[in-house]
Design a protein around this ligand. Structure first.
Ligand code: CU
Length: 412
């Protein structure tokens, strides 16, 4: 059954879905404007008997209706392209789920760095086993579990034909293609159960392989995954050859990471030394003090000193000092006018220089405006939202790394 709130897209449940839906709204606003304006013009032209006298042979009108649509297309295209890259690029995820499509069920696979691979199948829940509140044809026997507000990655593939793993409310859809891994970001904004369906026709039971993701707080996720890995490890104990390989791999990784750390620190120290100490610490402050503040201080001090001297004179004999002050002001104006009259070339050069300088600053400012517009257009969400999301992401990441780090220490 449909409700009024379901006319548009579903409520966003992931960080990127918020952006995607804002892009959708942005596009709708632009389209509404275009359709209403074009409709109005069509109506106006159709009832206007003097069309040819008003709209034909108007060069400026043609220029306008070429440039304006270009700007509109840019407004639609730029945020879309940027969002496309944001959705596709996943850097350093904290955890990975492998999602494998089968005819007609899904398999979810979680592996840890110690060689344990925990996987389970996720089938549609039959009507007879549905409980109160379960959605028919959407509920599964075991859900895919992910952590809320943690940078997680899904690797989607298939064992037989092409399927597609999709969760509309999180703006996720990735084709599951045999022999190929597609990656998706799984970063849900809050805990909950989110549903989707296979979105690529894959055979008779295509409609009966739903997707059900359960997003839980990071502590619960780690408890769940660690318990399952523990059980998995106990079941598969006693493989000495594999154990030896893992030992070799583990110590190789450790040596490599120490080497990388040392090289990185050296490079960092070098760069830091050059920029922080030599450039920003010594060169920039010295240059600033010498050029700007010194001349400015000298000029201000001179002016203050002259004014105090003149004021003392004004207190003693106001008439003389007042006359001198007026004369001084006139002299300043006169010398300015004299400079313009006697040195017209220098003066015009100064004027041209100032104009060029202001045009240059204006260009720089417009470039800055355009670039900030372009960069802000890809993110419609306000900074407060981003800040909250980033803070929680950071907290959850450190929690996750702390728990997982202890887990690896225990099993070393
Ligand atoms: Cu399918």
């Amino acid at each position: 059954m449909s409700f009024w709130g379901q006319v548009g897209l579903q409520e966003s449940t992931s960080v990127l879905a918020v952006e995607v839906q804002s892009l959708y709204d942005h596009g709708m606003v632009v389209m509404l404007f275009v359709f209403s304006y074009v409709g109005f013009m069509m109506f106006k032209v159709s009832i206007n008997g003097l069309f040819s006298s008003e709209y034909l042979e108007k060069q400026w009108l043609e220029v306008l209706w070429t440039i304006f649509p270009c700007v509109l297309l840019l407004l639609l295209g730029l945020p879309s392209i940027k969002l496309l890259y944001l959705m596709d690029e996943l850097e350093l995820p904290e955890a990975t789920v492998k999602i494998i499509g089968h005819q007609w069920y899904w398999t979810y696979e979680y592996s840890d760095a110690l060689g344990s691979t925990y996987s389970f199948d996720s089938y549609l829940k039959a009507d007879s086993s549905l409980e109160m509140g379960d959605y028919r044809l959407l509920e599964v026997d075991s859900r895919c579990v992910v952590a809320t507000l943690l940078h997680m990655r899904g690797l989607v593939t298939s064992d037989d034909v092409i399927h597609s793993w999709a969760i509309p409310s999180a703006s996720i859809k990735a084709d599951a293609i045999p022999g190929r891994l597609n990656q998706i970001g799984l970063c849900f904004l809050y805990s909950g159960v989110f549903y989707g369906q296979c979105s690529e026709l894959c055979g008779v039971n295509h409609s009966f392989m739903p997707i059900c993701v359960e997003a839980v707080p990071v502590e619960i996720f780690t408890d769940w995954i660690m318990a399952n890995h523990e059980e998995n490890r106990n079941n598969n104990a006693g493989n000495t050859y594999l154990d030896y390989l893992f030992w070799l791999w583990k110590w190789g990784c450790k040596g490599g990471s120490v080497l990388v750390d040392v090289l990185y620190s050296l490079a960092y120290l070098y760069v830091w030394w050059f920029w922080a100490v030599l450039y920003y610490g010594l060169y920039v402050p010295t240059e600033f003090a010498v050029t700007t503040s010194w001349s400015f201080t000298k000029w201000t001090a001179g002016m203050c000193f002259s004014f105090i001297k003149w004021f003392g004179w004004f207190v003693v004999s106001p008439l003389d000092a007042g006359t001198y002050g007026v004369k001084y002001a006139f002299e300043q104006i006169y010398s300015g006018v004299w400079y313009v009259v006697t040195k017209p070339f220098e003066f015009s050069f100064w004027v041209v220089k100032s104009i060029v300088k202001s045009i240059f600053s204006l260009c720089k400012f417009s470039l800055f405006l355009i670039s900030s517009m372009v960069s802000s257009m890809s993110s419609f969400t306000d900074d407060g939202f981003k800040q909250v999301v980033m803070e929680r992401l950071n907290t959850n990441t450190s929690k996750f790394l702390w728990i997982i780090g202890n887990y690896y220490k225990e099993h070393r």
